[in-house]
Ligand binder design. Structure first.
Ligand SMILES: C[S@@+](CC[C@H](N)C(=O)[O-])C[C@H]1O[C@@H](n2cnc3c(N)ncnc32)[C@H](O)[C@@H]1O
Length: 217
């Protein structure tokens, strides 16, 4: 690993240095299979619980947000499937990488801090991959709180969650029981499945999950 000067993943500079140094081991270089399948067919690839997530079919203007998008390949997939999708990242270098990766959808990439960003229309979905695990675990209650603020009742938090107990990160892995506990005030777990196409850093440790926003109390 290159000798980076910034070691605080809570700052944009931490991520700028890694994008600028082309040290991005989390970057899968494309769209994960379960998301691609869900966007195409409205059904998850693997559904061991016998539950199905349902994706709105195009043409539609359902609204999706991709926080901490990094290279943002998924933005293109959402947009091409008919979603009104926006990808945000607080690292200027990540924004440049995403704008290069998503071609015609580059204007849908916005430099913004997830905790301060307000979408221009109500969201139907937030997509998660390697964003929660990019942040130290003490920040996770704030992340869950913000997801809950951004998603109306019935909306989906969909994506990939990383499970691991190594104290050092990023990536910071979750303990499944603790994650469910943390999420349970605001979300119901609707779908969970293993992932077959993980890249090395997440191999055997990530799950495809759909969480449904509960009614506000
Ligand atoms: C490990 S990378 C994952 C990128 C992408 N989601 C992926 O799957 O390749 C984490 C990303 O989250 C971004 N990030 C971290 N904290 C953020 C925040 N508060 N607001 C917006 N982006 C943030 C970083 O700049 C970085 O690009």
């Amino acid at each position: 690993m290159p000798d980076f000067t910034n070691r605080d993943p809570r700052t944009p500079e931490f991520w700028d240095q890694r994008f600028d140094g082309e040290f991005t081991p989390w970057d899968r270089g494309g769209v994960p299979a379960q998301l691609a399948a869900w966007l195409q067919t409205g059904k998850p690839v693997s559904d061991p619980l016998g539950l199905t997530g349902t994706a709105p079919r195009p043409p539609c203007r359902f609204s999706a947000l991709i926080p901490g998008c990094g290279s943002g390949y998924e933005l293109q997939a959402f947009c091409e499937a008919g979603w009104n999708a926006t990808a945000i990242d607080f690292s200027p270098s990540a924004v440049v990488a995403a704008q290069q990766a998503v071609g015609p959808w580059r204007e849908r990439v916005v430099e913004a801090d997830f905790f301060a960003y307000t979408p221009s229309q109500p969201l139907d979905l937030i997509y998660e991959r390697a964003f929660l695990c990019a942040m130290p675990r003490e920040m996770w209650p704030r992340v869950v709180q913000r997801w809950a603020q951004l998603l109306p009742h019935g909306a989906l938090l969909l994506g990939y969650f990383f499970f691991d107990n190594q104290p050092k990160g990023p990536p910071f892995g979750a303990d499944r029981k603790q994650l469910v506990q943390l999420m349970s005030a605001h979300f119901d777990l609707e779908l969970e499945a293993p992932v077959d196409d993980s890249i090395a850093v997440f191999q055997g440790k990530e799950r495809w999950m759909a969480w449904r926003r509960k009614k506000a109390l």
